[in-house]
Design a protein around this ligand. Structure first.
Ligand code: FE2
Length: 127
């Protein structure tokens, strides 16, 4: 079979021969190999950063979806749709926390309640 290729927004190129030139994942890979950041000014900055990262992950998955669609990779599309749904939920959850932190405006009572609610969540302890 003659190899073909597709790219999405100039972000990545994957050929049907199995060759992958995936600039799409490089920013994520670089962030995974560096030390985690630990110099946040407070909870507001932590969750604003988390929201930004969730948005970046969502954008990367959308790029993969467009690429799968462009390549006619029907098997990957439902797989990626599950991740898109998950990311939509995660962005909404983190965005709600960012909004509540803004409303709390550093007041200890409000932060105590928010901390208690977040600590009582079931399931994945990560955000
Ligand atoms: Fe996520």
């Amino acid at each position: 079979m003659k190899p073909s290729s597709a790219s999405v927004s100039g972000a990545s190129e994957i050929t049907t021969s199995g060759s992958v030139n995936c600039r799409l994942i490089l920013p994520l890979k670089e962030s995974c190999t560096s030390a985690p950041r630990g110099d946040f000014s407070g909870a507001e900055e932590v969750f604003a950063t988390a929201l930004s990262q969730e948005e970046a992950v969502t954008a990367a998955i959308h790029d993969l979806y467009r690429l799968a669609d462009k390549l006619g990779d029907r098997a990957s599309i439902p797989f990626l749709l599950d991740f898109i749904s998950e990311q939509t939920e995660e962005e909404a959850m983190v965005s709600a926390i960012v909004d509540r932190l803004a409303l709390a405006d550093g007041q200890s009572g409000a932060l105590f309640i928010l901390d208690h609610e977040l600590g009582a969540r079931e399931g994945d302890p990560g955000v």
